[in-house]
Design a protein around this ligand. Structure first.
Ligand code: AMP
Length: 396
């Protein structure tokens, strides 16, 4: 497999799939440029090696072809500023406009193509469309981890037209190294912290982790399905009745495999799903009628912090409670602090999956953990043990 660090880009046109799916406000101003900044090292590597760059991405979910709202032209000025050069723009990602813009590129130039999803063929993974994209460059770099779980034309199919000249960019390799470090080379004790709303969304991940971890910490809404499965009284907490058996199966597999599984002993409960709810502190298996568990309690916080701080590898996905509401943020905050403390003591910590990333940001702890994944769905599928098509297409 080719490596971006050692590849000779001199005189080459690098076709790079980036994830520039950034939020724009009504005036088309970028409100969070994290994803654009993440791609800069890969772009600069090609440029400093004497190559030119052709960037392709999707933006939003356009339904019926081109729409101004989803045009990547809104990113040109900001990208130009970040790279300190004038980024060129092609009003289409294939066809005459793209071809002539790509042909005229000189070493040091950067071209941004219009939104890939203005063509239905992108998400359909159409071979002919991928071939047209491929014709623009000499070498293909996939640096879009966030879409690596999709077999789209630009993320997967296009790689087939570069049997040798294909590689990962720095965003991709950073994500893959970090997840592999946790899933394949974890130092023990290894603790997985699983939170979020529902058991149903996390079953495959928990099952895949069962052979790898020493401890599984459960928090968030899914705690109450476990508590009910154990015969507890859970009031009006979020419960997936059709997953009670799944929860019991998870508990018995954990026992068989010698994995310690932790359900929060106590909870902070509210009389409604509201920051201003009347709250009570009670055992998770004894929640009064009319109350719902909305955060783990102080005893669970203490117990969880101790398990986390004694771990050498930590994988955290999903909040411990409704952390968006200040009345129910304490559990998630204490877990975030414990992960940061363990990291300071030498543990490797990976935080990933939408809401746990939002949580570490909310508590200003993102730089106190080892790695914050930007992967979302791609990360979850990778953690489930699924081989991501975009990753496979580069490796095979
Ligand atoms: P997920 O997308 O499954 O990771 O779920 C994240 C969401 O779960 C967050 O928006 C939390 O507010 C929510 N959540 C966490 N704990 C609870 C709870 N005890 N009851 C209801 N929702 C919760």
């Amino acid at each position: 497999m080719k490596n971006i660090d050692t590849y000779n880009f001199s005189g080459k046109k690098a076709l790079i799939r980036v994830d520039f799916n950034v939020p724009l406000n009504a005036e088309h101003v970028i409100t969070d440029d994290t994803r654009i900044r993440a791609a800069i090292p890969t772009i600069n590597k090609v440029l400093s090696g004497g190559g030119s760059v052709i960037l392709m991405s999707h933006l939003g979910r356009p339904k019926d072809g081109p729409a101004n709202k989803y045009s990547l032209k809104h990113l040109v000025a900001h990208l130009s500023q970040l790279l300190s050069l004038n980024v060129k723009f092609a009003e289409d990602c294939t066809g005459e406009k793209a071809t002539s813009a790509a042909t005229s590129l000189k070493p040091g130039d950067v071209l941004l193509l219009e939104n890939l999803r203005f063509h239905k063929q992108e998400e359909a993974g159409a071979e002919e469309f991928a071939k047209q994209l491929a014709s623009l460059g000499d070498v293909y770099i996939n640096d879009a981890f966030g879409t690596a779980h999709r077999a789209h034309a630009s993320t997967t199919i296009v790689a087939h037209f570069f049997p040798e000249e294909k590689m990962f960019g720095y965003v991709m390799s950073g994500e893959l190294n970090s997840i592999d470090k946790v899933l394949k080379n974890a130092e023990r004790p290894f603790t997985a912290i699983m939170g979020g709303a529902k058991v149903s969304g996390k079953i495959s991940i928990i099952t895949n982790l069962m052979d790898k971890v020493d401890n599984i910490i459960i928090g968030g809404g899914m705690s109450y399905t476990f508590a009910k499965a154990l015969g507890g009284k859970v009031g009006s907490s979020l419960v997936e009745d059709d997953r009670i058996q799944t929860a019991l199966d998870i508990l018995s597999t954990a026992k068989e495999k010698g994995v310690n599984i932790y359900i929060p002993s106590d909870s902070i409960c509210g009389d409604k799903f509201d920051n201003a709810a009347k709250t009570v502190h009670c055992l998770t298996i004894d929640i009064p009628d009319g109350y719902m568990g909305l955060d783990i309690g102080p005893q669970a916080e203490e117990e969880y912090a101790s398990v986390i701080e004694n771990s050498k590898t930590i994988l955290w996905n999903g909040p411990m409670g409704v952390f968006e509401m200040s009345s129910f943020e304490s559990g998630t905050k204490s877990v975030a602090l414990a992960v940061a403390a363990a990291t300071a003591k030498g543990a490797y910590s990976l935080v990933g999956g939408g809401d746990s990333v939002a949580a570490v940001n909310q508590f200003h702890l993102a730089d106190k953990v080892s790695y914050v994944s930007t992967g979302g769905g791609a990360l979850l599928e990778y953690m489930e043990g699924i081989e991501l098509p975009g990753v496979k297409a580069i490796r095979e």
